[in-house]
Ligand binder design. Structure first.
Ligand code: ATP
Length: 250
């Protein structure tokens, strides 16, 4: 059984039909990447998975750990161990690094309560402690008293990822974590993603930066105009000049 499975998903913003028969799966333990150009449907796919509305999923099914989550609320999906780090990195700029991490814990407790009240849900995977997070991100430990708004772009990205890890996370969805970052900083964020993956969290990474994503991914999907046009290993995509040229421009 795949950890995450989308089958023939059709998603709409109002009458705009965006995702068309999207079928993809993410296996436990892997780093899977969804690549595509501007407006191809990457963020829409992540929103459809995490339960964010819009878009409306009008056809097809999304399963997480075998359970149908297609019509579920974001809070209930998150309580099951799926966390999304959105493109805009949602950290609280006027709060310190430590306060941002503390708030992530408070919202975790709330979503666990939702989970327990559902009865059937197993809330078995507890998120990382603050110390464990600081062990992963030494740079955040060094800056724990600094206001998040004064961190560099890469550090803010790390803080956003760290906040997600403080919650119960078996599957981490990352929306363009390299956006706007200089190459050296991309390498740092890449290292952090690798360490998280090695510690057992499965990752679905959405990127426009195909070169960086192929570096880190085990498997890749390419999406174009809302349809999946390639599925294979990162190695296979690297060798597929036509797909890279036509859909990724690299
Ligand atoms: P990018 O790399 O630029 O973030 P993307 O692949 O993530 O692109 P999406 O954000 O999923 O692309 O957008 C897919 C399509 O859906 C685009 O044509 C976009 O204009 C449209 N779209 C996105 N959000 C909305 C919305 N809230 N209402 C209407 N259309 C939307």
């Amino acid at each position: 059984m795949s950890l995450l499975e989308l089958r023939d998903v059709d998603a709409f913003y109002g009458e705009s039909h965006i995702l068309r028969d999207v079928t993809l799966s993410v296996e436990e333990g892997e780093v899977c990447s969804l690549l595509g150009r501007n407006g191809a449907g990457k963020t829409t796919t992540l929103r459809a998975v995490s339960g964010a509305r819009p878009p409306a999923v009008r056809d097809g099914r999304v399963r997480f750990k075998g359970e149908d989550i297609t019509a579920m609320d974001p809070e209930d999906i998150s309580a099951r161990g799926l966390s999304l780090v959105p493109e805009e990195r949602r950290v609280f700029p006027n709060l310190t690094v430590a306060e941002n991490l503390h708030l992530a814990e408070v919202s975790e407790n709330r979503s666990n309560t939702v989970g327990r009240s559902l009865g059937s849900v197993q809330v078995e995977h507890v998120g990382m402690t603050t110390e464990e997070v600081y062990d992963e991100f030494e740079r955040l430990r060094e800056r724990k008293s600094q206001k998040a708004g004064t961190l560099s772009g890469g550090e803010q990205q790390m803080l956003a990822i760290a906040r997600a890890l403080k919650q119960n996370t078996d599957l981490l969805l990352l929306d363009e974590p390299y956006e706007g970052l200089a190459p050296q900083i991309i390498a740092d964020v890449e290292d952090a993603i690798r360490r998280i993956s090695e510690s057992g969290t499965t990752i679905l990474l959405v990127e426009q930066n195909a070169i960086a994503a192929m570096d880190i991914a085990d498997r890749c999907y390419v999406i174009d105009q809302g349809s999946i046009v390639f599925e294979g290993t990162a190695g296979a995509l690297r060798e597929d000049d036509e797909t890279r040229d036509r859909y990724l421009g690299v």
